[in-house]
Write a protein of this length. Sequence first.
Length: 848
Amino acid sequence: MRDSYLTYAMSVIISRALPDARDGLKPSQRRILVAMNDLRLGPSSSRVKCAKISGDTSGNYHPHGDGSIYPTLVRMGQNWIMRDVLIDKQGNFGSLAGLPPAAMRYTEARLSAVASEMLADIDRDTVDFVPTYDQRNTEPVVLPSRFPNLLVNGSNGIAVGMATSIPPHNLSEVCEAVVRLIDDPDLTIDELIDVMPAPDFPTGGVICGEVGVRRGYMTGRSTIVLRAKTEFITEKKNDVIVVSEVPYLETRDRIREKLEVLVRDERIAGIARIVDLTDRNVPPWQVKLHIVLKRDADREVVLNQLFQFSPLQSTVSMILLALVGGRPQVLSVKRLLEEFLRHRVDVIRRRTEFLLSEARKRKHTVEGLLIAQIDIDQVIQTIRESESRTAARDRLQEMEVPAELIARALGDEGFAAFCEERDVAESYTLSAKQAEAIVSMQLGSLANLEREQLAGEYAGLLSDIAGYLRLLSDESNLRNVVREDMVEIQEKYGSPRRTEISSEEIGQVDREDLITEESMVVTLSSQSYIKRTALVNYKAQGRGGKGITGVKGGDEDPVAHVFASSTHAWLLFLTNRGKVHWRKVYDLPQARRTARGRALVNLLSLGEDEQVANCLALREFDEDRFLVIVTRCGIIKKTPLKAYSRPKQGGIIAINLDEGDDLVGVRIVEPGQDVLIATRQGMSIRFNESDARSMGRATRGVRGIQLAQDDEVVAMVVAEQELSLLTVCENGFGKRTLLGDGGANEPADETADDSDSPPTVGHYRRQKRGGKGLIDIRTSERNGPVIDVTAVRDGDEILMITAGGMLQRVRAGDIRPIGRNTQGVKLISLKDGDRFVSLARIPSEILD
């Protein structure tokens, strides 16, 4: 009994319920398509009765009744079930309303155009064949399939002890994902999500949240919350909820019946009536349900109740279970794509080997015909004088043709290829196959052979053979063919996405629990492209090195901000309009050091002409800390951090800016701390935070520093006694100087010199807010203007980035501290035409 059950279980798993990871088909589906291919029911042929298709499938390949074959055939033709149907139907195949299909004697079908792509090259030894159930014929174990059908059309099945539930996806997005995988085999899940963000259901709808999709793509198991697509309209002073798209696998009649029960049982009290306006003008995968509300009903409340209690919201399981090598495996979405890619490379290899073999056979035949052309009259006379076909063939094989005549007949290139394949001395005799090809021709056709036509065909065969050999010489060539196929399929059959993706998460899932906390480098370019990269991808270097490529871009899009933070930290984005927006670090796209990242406009709800001017990372919105903002014109404003703790979709006001002014620096400051403002011409001023009174968000601020003509603020830091001030100029020169406690006993400007000996005390004494400040660094022609300033500890590490995209990571302790009013030393070596653009401190506590 135990052995029999195991045999039954494996039969159900392999032969019935689970799809193959390569072509995405179950055996019954594959056999139907093969039977239709045998009947030559291509997309341009006439349709035939489904009874004929079902009968041929059952008799030739699938020994089961019509009760299992016909429903499978119907399902492959329902465009509200399949994202890209494999069956081009005619007749009643059912409907989204839940109506059953007509009997198979009434309906007709043929292969769809996209289904023909699954069967392409099946007659070129591209896949293995096995005997059918009755040993009378053979059937393919898998189809060549030019596109990833498993992801495009999905699959559902219940086996013994396991089940699969693979949602359908958009064909264009899946093909693009394969292209990206070919270009970069180390592609991450996040990079795949950039091109294939979520399933694309044939009935549309709205996917709520990105967590479930990402988890499913990573682990192969998850759930997705799918909602109907709705909108509000007003008819005769009544609010109406219009439902145009329903969740996948839900029927219109079931939804309407459930809504009527909810209204009758008064579980939803605000609905006046439900009207089904679906007609022929509505696409077969859509609906048109009008839910008319009572005049006193709150439409948002009613809509939420509908999602809570009715099938207008459903949970779709994602179980990426498929057969790999005949064994069921749960796969990540990347692994599914890799299995398809491996299959297609094998198909292309086998097809090329088949074509190479056929070309070589034909080449051998054409060589014989060209050799026969040397003395065609003698060949014809020999055939005529022969008693039989066999005798003629034997006599032709006895004829010796001089090598010089063969060379003249085949040409230099052809004769060289001819000699490579055999030993040619002074003469050559025809092979049995060549002689057979000659005697098989009618004498009239043989006499009319055109040498130029044969020579042209022979040259083409030589070229084809060389191309096939070149293609087989390297797997990357085969992968490039797959890439070209993906682009072609995408262009021929691609369609817009139907399912929308909402960032709103439904349920109790905390996305942060799914994100590993790790140190990240966040990079924001001047054109507002942002990314995060794991800190471990950067290698520390010595001072003055040329660095490694850290960001993609150059003078067209230099780096504006770069800093280190945790994946769980908040990011505050302050814009040129004085507003602040929020995002978690893990919401940012993760990319390689050389990648450009993603445009911030796709992550934040920015207004027209609104751009991010600065950003800041923090973990908590403490009540006793302040957010201090400084502008380019020297205005400083201090606001309690708690005032920014409630994120809003469109952001909130952070500061009222003067015309022509913009943000430069943002820092979190604790009570009693000093702030230091640095300018482009090398000036700086240090004062206590208490000198700037606390203000509300929607205020202008006060003057922080009095600027000289043509000068402007470039940075602001929190000045602490144990920190040093690192200043870097445009030409890569800079210095590190101790900040000290800001007391009056610190050395004055006049006593400072260019000595490299470390000072014993800090050089930045505390002053009154609004003054001109002290010289921080000499902005000579060698140095150029000051670009960035930051406060560091000896154990910190520094990231320095140039406009050319070079990034250097150095330890702050490797930069020896010197005096304040100095020119500094070379910190980073720049290539010709390059310049320093950004600086970031990596705190020692993160490194530890």
